[in-house]
Design a protein around this ligand. Structure first.
Ligand SMILES: [Zn+2]
Length: 342
């Protein structure tokens, strides 16, 4: 385990506020809070604090952390979480927290700091979306844990407590002037929780590229939505030995087709990096350059349809060093570190 570095306290109380009016804006605001490191599943669990610690230390070392403005992070409220989750599920999570932690299901655990961390992960996602839709930033990334895309309406699943991206999308529809959102999920696992949340929605389109057959088993090509959402879910299941260039081509084609159909006003990325070759949990043979290409494809459709507005939320990626490099690559492809075009 890597100890907290001396610069961590700055993350608790962000010292880099958003740009003043007229100031040249950097492109990608970062939403992170050190208390998300206090979610501590059992020691052998792959979704460990070291993931985020290593990402932050790497971004500090490369200058990226200082090049990006820091967004304000807060805990999601019960009202916000209830836009996706049932009251019974929230009550059960609070109950486990009161007992000091424990297992929520086979893969998902809580420690004493987990409830706060999970509320912060959802709250960071909500605030990132609010700031981008409010015009404060064009791009934002939530460096959050626990991840969210497997979380169900009524239960935890696959390391995920709350559905960070789905909650943020619902908040955007409820509170901001936006009617059409596209969620793009390139985590190696199918984003089943996000798909479920919006399967019949005509407002939120969902695209997932993922390894299949693999956990959680869903995400077949013929899962395309229902009712008002018919045709607004795109699944791209890929076998383990798919060549990276074929992954990229399938992703690009599916992404452009869905974006042209839905014409999103905001793009949210479920940014999991466990399709990286040698990821200890996933792995689909991808390398840093592939995440650069996938990200640039998303930037293209966001520029075409959504005024360039993108919010990226961290999902999986379980080799901390590789994850750190992937996040750096992803942020650079989103434009971080470059002054915005006037
Ligand atoms: Zn994953």
């Amino acid at each position: 385990m890597i100890g907290a570095s001396s610069w961590f306290p700055a993350l608790l109380h962000p010292i880099r506020p958003g740009p003043a009016p007229g100031e040249v804006r950097m492109s990608v605001a970062l939403y992170v809070d050190r208390r998300m490191l206090e979610h501590r599943p059992p020691p052998a669990h792959p979704e460990k604090p070291e993931r985020l610690e290593t990402v932050l230390r790497h971004l500090k070392r490369t200058g990226m952390l200082d090049a990006c403005p820091a967004g304000v992070v807060r805990e999601a409220t019960d009202e916000e979480l209830r836009r996706v989750h049932t009251g019974d599920y929230l009550a059960s999570v609070v109950d486990v927290d009161r007992r000091g932690g424990g297992a929520l299901e086979a893969d998902t655990w809580m420690s004493p700091g987990s409830l706060t961390a999970a509320r912060l992960a959802a709250g960071a996602s909500i605030e990132a979306v609010a700031d981008v839709l409010g015009g404060k930033y064009r791009r934002a990334m939530g460096l959050v844990r626990p991840p969210g895309h497997h979380a169900l309406t009524g239960g935890a699943m696959g390391f995920c407590l709350f559905a960070n991206v789905a909650v943020a999308a619902r908040e955007a529809l409820a509170r901001h002037q936006v009617d059409r959102i596209l969620i793009v999920d390139f985590d190696v696992h199918h984003g089943n929780g996000t798909q479920d949340a919006f399967y019949d929605s005509g407002e939120v389109a969902f695209l997932s590229v993922h390894r299949h057959p693999f956990y959680p088993g869903t995400g077949l090509k013929d899962e395309t939505g229902t009712g008002a959402g018919l045709g607004l879910t795109t699944n791209i299941p890929l076998p383990f030995n798919t060549a990276p260039r074929d992954c990229r081509a399938a992703f690009r084609a599916g992404l452009h087709a869905l974006a042209d159909r839905h014409r999103p006003e905001l793009v949210i990325i479920s940014a999991g990096f466990d399709a990286m070759a040698e990821d200890p949990v996933g792995g689909l043979g991808l390398d840093f350059e592939d995440f650069d290409v996938l990200t640039r494809d998303i930037v293209d459709v966001a520029e075409t349809h959504a005024g360039g507005r993108i919010v990226s939320i961290l999902e999986g990626g379980y080799n901390p060093s590789l994850l750190a490099g992937c996040v750096q690559t992803h942020l650079e492809a989103l434009g971080a570190g470059r002054p915005e075009k006037p």
